[in-house]
Design a protein around this ligand. Sequence first.
Ligand code: C2E
Ligand code: MG
Ligand code: MG
Ligand code: MG
Length: 283
Amino acid sequence: DSARHHQDAHQRYVEGQDERHLRQLTLIHDLRDAVSNNELWMAYQPKIATHNGQVCQFEALMRWRHPSLGFVPPDEFISLAERSGNIRQLSQWMLEHVTAQLHEWQQQGHRVSVAVNLSASDVTDAELPRQLAELLARYHLAADQVSLEVTESAVMQDIEAATRTLNELSRLGMSIAIDDYGTGYSSLAQIKRLPVNELKIDKSFVLKIDTQEDDLTIVRSTIEMGHSLGLSIVAEGVENAASASLLNRLGCDYLQGYWFAKPMPSDDVLSWLDAVEVFTFTR
Ligand code: C2E
Ligand code: MG
Ligand code: MG
Ligand code: MG
């Protein structure tokens, strides 16, 4: 009986694996045409500066609606694009699209600043700094209007190449943040050797900071260490007022999360900015 049970479980496991595998193959295949089929777009989520409660920047987040499978989360398709060697194509589309968008907003009288996410293949590509410089020039943007977010693990895949690229981007005047900080294995000592301006604390430490003592301890010490190394600190995943106030009290410089706004389509950004009030944090 237990052997039978085991066999059934195994069968279900194999079928589950097959289904997952099939989905992955489909997504990898169809991702190649996602750009030309206009299936991608960018969503924008604001970051708020705690010192004045004002919006200081938006993060650009990629979105894909597959024609038959519907919305595919970026955590799924970005890692597939990385593994299948298609990520540079997506990144190039993204950078072109975001800088063109900044230009459009600029022409409507709004000087917006955006952070974009980069993958390992982007930060090791020696062509990236030249490409970005070319986009800034083409769209009449200042280097401080485009910041870069890169994970520790992306940088550590090829630390020498990444350091070269990031140094060049930093020389262009771009600000660089370490994204998902705390989930990788690198030390702050390693990170400090990179031209990094900002640490973005991973949302897994932030989501329950208002109730989990351990998370609070981790975030507090990250803020203290980061500040003592001259880095700004951003918390992502701020979902309620209690967490926002707490992070403000801990000295966190910038906050991002559903409490302020979810990622929104580009068409909503200017009207959201017009309507939004200055955020205040209770102490
Ligand atoms: P990330 O860069 O760490 O982005 C933060 C993620 O947290 C986003 O998920 C955002 O929607 C979500 N988030 C923000 N505030 C909250 C909150 O209060 N609660 C919760 N539960 N979640 C919140 P999203 O948009 O699904 O993106 C997932 C990841 O996909 C990103 O993580 C980033 O690593 C990657 N990604 C997205 N767009 C791009 C892109 O254009 N290029 C690359 N290379 N990666 C991208
Ligand atoms: Mg990010
Ligand atoms: Mg993150
Ligand atoms: Mg993340």
